[in-house]
Design a protein around this ligand. Sequence first.
Ligand code: ADP
Ligand code: ZN
Length: 730
Amino acid sequence: MHDRALQALQEYFGYDAFRLHQSDVIDRTMAGKSSLVIMPTGGGKSLCYQLPAVLLDGLTIVVSPLIALMQDQVAALQASGIAAEALNSACEPGEEAQIRQGVEQGRLKLLYVSPERAVSPGFLSWIAHQKVAQVAIDEAHCVSVWGNDFRPEYTRLNALIERFPGIPVAALTATADSATRHDILQQLALPDCEVFLSSFERKNIQVDVLPAQNRIRVMLRFLESHSRECGIVYCLSRKSTEQVAEKLRQAGYAARHYHAAMGSEERKAVQDSFQRDEVQIICATIAFGMGIDKPNIRWIVHYNLPKNIESYYQEIGRAGRDGDPAEALLFAGYGDMRTLAQFIDDGDSHPDFKALQHAKLSRMWEYTQATSCRTKFILGYFGEHRERNCGHCDHCLNPPRSFDGTVIAQKALSACYWLQQQVGANMLIDVLRGSSSREVISRGFDQIKTYGAGQDIDWKSWRHYITQLIDRGYLAIDYTRHNAIILTELSRPVLKGEVSVQLCEPQEVDFKAKQLNTPAIEDYDTALFTKLKELRREISEQDDVKPFTIFSDASLKDMARIKPGTVSALMDVSGVGSYKRDKYGAAFLACIRDNVPEAERSLGSGKVVKETTPRVVDDFAIAGVSDTHLETLQLFGQGLSVAEIAAQRGLTAQTIARHLYRLKLNGEAVDLDPLISPEQISYIQGLWKALDKPARIKPVYDEADEAVDYEQIRYAVSLLRKQAEPTCAE
Ligand code: ADP
Ligand code: ZN
């Protein structure tokens, strides 16, 4: 059995080995037994049912709650040559009949359905007559009222399972807590179900926490080491998503905002362009993320404090799903604490629930102020206790140095006392530093005993120490009196010199020096990786699929590491199975050939592979248009220039030009005069013919003078071919 599974793993998914628990779950499924699989995001849950689906004789039904996720999964499976479809409310009636026929004829391996559909009488009576070999329940925590995403239909899934006595069920979730886990087992009532629980540590995500000061400036520095990588900035308010996106655009990044007040069309367009790597950064409220299955999100910034650890961990968990290093930066500010606390108070939930939310918010704040391993804190919060430190959080990578801060503490506490616990942190610091600002003088604060007692410490360090004193309980914030800093019962022993206080030195963060110490980081040819990514984008535009369904970033990095020079060497790359080898192999090998000297190319480990004719890549095939193109068309129709559309949409001018060319080729009335002249068109067309009509743009580009660019060549040649062979054009 194991050999067959391994072979299928290589052939369809292009991987050499199983990850923890995958093969155990698959073995059980193949033996007809059920499993509950609990793995963190990116752990590799899908493979646990997708691989058996390929091997089993019969259909695998996958229940999945989010249409967008379903569609991504189906696209990824199809791109690997596995017959999969989705039945949901987005299907046209004709489409649905076709899918059903695929099932009836035994052609489909996987059928994704929404929970509503799965328990509807019509579906149940139809599916009962089909040959079903496995049921997979994705996001299985939706069965539990304890979870955040409770779905009543999930509790009725037994109706589906009962139709097929004896078939294996795989229930999968990334939600850890034990109440939910028990609930899932109880609700689904699976006989002889084994639970597989993986650690929730996300080893490839480096976490940093910084005080919320100069956030934009710090973020721009953070982005220097992620300058070409996709990421999400989570903000608390709609307005700040717009403002932050604007700031990032000014700094030259392709950034857009996303929040619930935007129309659903616009939201979808933003999300699509992010998934296609056209937009690099999304500044979003928490409305963004559900249904995002983008594996190459490399970083997450929390511009504001999240409301609890669950949300925080879920949001940073969207980074690095492909297993490559990712980074999460959180800005911690009092102001946000206050705002979030106010949200809770203003809500109309039950007082007990409010108390719970306040408690969770406090834990979130404690996390930001923790001075030891952050991962230990989070895992502990989820009930996973461990001794060793993680090695991938800011404190592990750069341990804070502590010192005897008793005198500093006494100065701060004493100033607070003499100021009669009436002022906020900023004024407290001004007084300690002996500021002669108008407010200090007019309120007579220059007369108090500790005025200027802390002159030797700079403002930022004071801020840091005050935060620590609050965190340790020696000071507190009175939220009901304009956030005044007040004394606590722990203050007196400090002031009397009865106890000593340890403080940590403030640290400057050097993002570049502090990268995760993983071997994956730059042991590949980065220039080649960039070329491979460009090629992937070209193909994705042409085939109208998302880039990551072609190859993941992890695969392209592996390719840029191995530099295959032969088809057999290509098979050594992680994520290249035989289907993708046939479909994309020739194009990627050609790109490597063009960019890597022969002596550096790998000949492969000599794994036996069947040689098949690789698919011919055609740069001039005309793909259809989707929402993103239509959005461009609309703006162009309003008279905006290419540059203006690019700026407004947060896309590059090249992408907008490509949209317009494609729209024109698809018969839309687009005036291309600003983009290409008749002389350029005939020059390119003549050159293409003279070069013996190549299928790729590059040879034409290499021969052409600098007056024409890539997109102009693509357009002019596609146009010529379309005119010459109108019946062949798609
Ligand atoms: P989850 O559903 O648990 O969040 P996925 O199933 O989306 O995770 O898998 C995360 C990533 O890991 C995907 O890119 C997937 O292709 C990859 N992956 C899964 N199993 C393996 C494996 N055995 N070897 C290498 N990569 C794998
Ligand atoms: Zn740590």
